[in-house]
Design a protein around this ligand. Structure first.
Ligand code: GTP
Ligand code: MG
Length: 137
């Protein structure tokens, strides 16, 4: 069993697809271990996206992720990191396959509905940014 960090971004909350994202992860067989609704602060956003600090789209990324409430979550299951990334689809929704969350629900690369950890190290790091150990069941 492994754990991953998945987050519905502000566009997903605004568009009312939180339930749809959760439904797909549950239907696949992953188990929800922790969840909350928060408005990400600029400080939290900078920690989350520190790997992208020098990218040209960094400013856009930070202003978008702080633009409204998000739903950070911890999910658990076999190969949870890979499984969640596969269900999410490619980063650019234009290239994401139909049947994936981004392929079915999104059209813009910044507003791509969900975030998912891309490695064991990033899952551990991101879970610790958003949740204390007591908040994970
Ligand atoms: N505007 C813009 N945004 C980008 C670009 N590349 C990535 N992003 C945004 O930055 C986020 C993080 O980029 P990555 O970590 O490389 O992509 P990812 O791992 O598929 O997506 P996350 O799960 O959100 O981390 C993406 O989800 C996009 O919202 C880009 O070329 N232009
Ligand atoms: Mg990423």
């Amino acid at each position: 069993m492994s754990q991953t960090f998945v987050m519905v971004k502000p566009d997903g909350v605004r568009r009312g697809v939180v339930g749809e994202v959760i439904r797909r992860l549950e239907a696949k067989g992953l188990q929800l271990k922790a969840m909350k609704l928060i408005r990400i602060t600029p400080e939290l956003a900078a920690r989350h996206y520190e790997e992208h600090r020098d990218k040209p789209f960094y400013g856009e990324l930070i202003s978008f992720i702080t633009s409204g409430p998000s739903i950070p979550m911890v999910w658990e299951g076999r190969e949870a990191i890979q499984v969640a990334r596969t269900l999410m689809g490619a980063t650019d929704p234009i290239k994401a396959q139909p049947g994936t969350i981004r392929g079915d629900l999104a059209l813009a690369i910044t507003e791509n509905i969900v975030h998912g950890s891309d490695s064991v190290e990033s899952a551990e790091r991101e879970i610790a940014i958003y949740f204390s150990a007591e908040e994970i069941t």
